[in-house]
Ligand binder design. Structure first.
Ligand code: LCS
Length: 397
């Protein structure tokens, strides 16, 4: 089936069938791993034409690779974008995207609740390059509007956000970006294109830490950007080319494999997450549960309009705060204490001292991340075994 016909099919079918292209030479249904750093040229003139951009083709894997290109075609297809760029990590994607859009003297308006690594990039490295980052509570789009400056070129949000699970209104913020001639980037790591497609909602750029649900198995670090041709060509040709954060062909292949099972995995993650969220919300030792699928979530209505499911991450506050939270975590038997998320295994951690330890006490408070918050990346085990583990560990605190 060709790509145009496939576009009329359901998302799960698109994931399995990819962008509709079997290997032209061999018919191999799975894209081979082109584990080659360089590509032979037939003549010196061909090499010159490739470097001059007068001819298309592979030159060197930092600049492009057939396995990576298959991944990029597929993710662009799933996110409904023109082009995609795969990179070595989500952070390589974040820094590459920022530098493709802003330069010294420009500013970025960003959500004040982002993955701790992205927050650090915005707080430390970009300001050293004379790029100002203004962080606001983007759960209220009016704060984004108020923060916009004449030199603002990029709005950067994460929805649902890590780890507070707060949402940002993508269409409303896209309208602000458009009015100010800025680009809107949405980190779509938590939702995946299965539950949310920001480009269809007006965003300009989508970012993934593909380390998470796209890989799905906890065996790869990778990042992806999706956007229009001009942006992706700039990100590849002017930023990745110089900074060098390219993905390996093997990791691209792992992501291609991961994408095939994304729909079944994410459905199961979300099914399990809802059960854990409900259980925790009735538990006497739990103060508050953060999950966009619960009607008590302050943006549950927004979640229903811009997402088609609520994802696999649940956070909660245990009565007694950080010390009790630590004791609870230490008593778990099945869940693994680990950062990262989106793996088939359930992973649990405390953002304030781990993934978001780059935040100051004041920044944690502004971002709505209590010191004792516990974040669970709910895996695809049987949910009853996960509930049993929560129950026995909560009984011990
Ligand atoms: N964006 C989000 C939403 C993330 O959660 C992460 C990593 C990144 C970007 C960066 O991606 P990476 O370079 O790690 O592929 N989040 C992590 C987390 O919550 N625990 O460990 C890493």
């Amino acid at each position: 089936m060709n790509a145009a016909e496939l576009q009329t099919k359901h998302f799960a079918t698109l994931c399995v069938h990819g962008a509709g292209e079997a290997d032209k030479e061999t018919g191999a249904l799975n894209t081979p791993i082109y584990q080659s750093s360089t590509f032979a040229m037939h003549t010196a003139q061909e090499g010159a034409a490739l470097f001059a951009g007068e001819r298309e083709g592979y030159v060197y894997t930092r600049l492009g690779n057939p396995t990576t290109a298959a991944l990029e075609r597929e993710i662009a297809f799933l996110e409904k974008g023109e082009k995609a760029l795969a990179l070595a990590s989500g952070m390589a994607a974040a820094s590459t995207a920022a530098l493709a859009v802003v330069a010294s003297g420009d500013s970025i308006v960003a959500s004040n609740c982002l993955y701790g690594g992205t927050h650090k990039l915005f707080k430390d490295l970009l300001p050293r390059m004379n790029i100002e980052v203004i962080e606001v509570d983007a759960t209220d789009s009016k704060n984004v509007q108020k923060a916009m400056q004449p030199n603002t070129k990029l709005i950067y949000i994460e929805t649902p956000a890590n780890p507070s699970l707060t949402l940002n209104d993508i269409p409303a913020i896209a309208a602000i970006a458009k009015k100010h001639n800025a680009k809107l980037l949405v980190d779509n790591t938590f939702a995946t294109p299965y539950f949310q497609r920001p480009l269809e909602l007006g965003a300009d750029i989508v970012l993934h830490s593909a380390t998470k649900y796209i890989s799905g198995h906890g065996d790869t670090i990778a990042g992806i950007l999706v956007g229009d041709g001009e942006f992706i060509d700039c990100a590849r040709g002017e930023i990745l080319r110089d900074l060098g954060g390219c993905i390996s062909p093997f990791n691209s292949w792992l992501l291609l494999r991961g994408l095939k099972t994304l729909p079944v995995r994410i459905e199961k993650h979300a099914f399990n997450a809802m059960r854990l969220a409900k259980y925790l919300s009735f538990h006497p030792k739990v103060d508050k549960v953060y999950y966009p699928g619960l009607p008590t979530h302050p943006q549950h209505e927004l979640a229903k309009t811009q997402m088609s499911g609520f994802g696999g991450i649940v956070a909660f506050e245990i009565k007694g705060g950080r010390k009790t939270g630590e004791r609870f975590i230490n008593n778990l038997k099945l869940m693994t204490i680990a950062v990262s998320l989106g793996d088939v295994d359930t992973l649990i951690q405390m953002p304030s001292t781990m993934t978001h330890s780059t935040y100051s006490v004041e920044e944690l408070a502004a971002a709505g991340i209590p010191e004792g918050l516990v974040r669970i990346s709910v895996g695809i085990e049987h949910y009853k075994d996960l509930l049993d583990d929560l129950s026995q560990a909560l009984a011990k605190v």
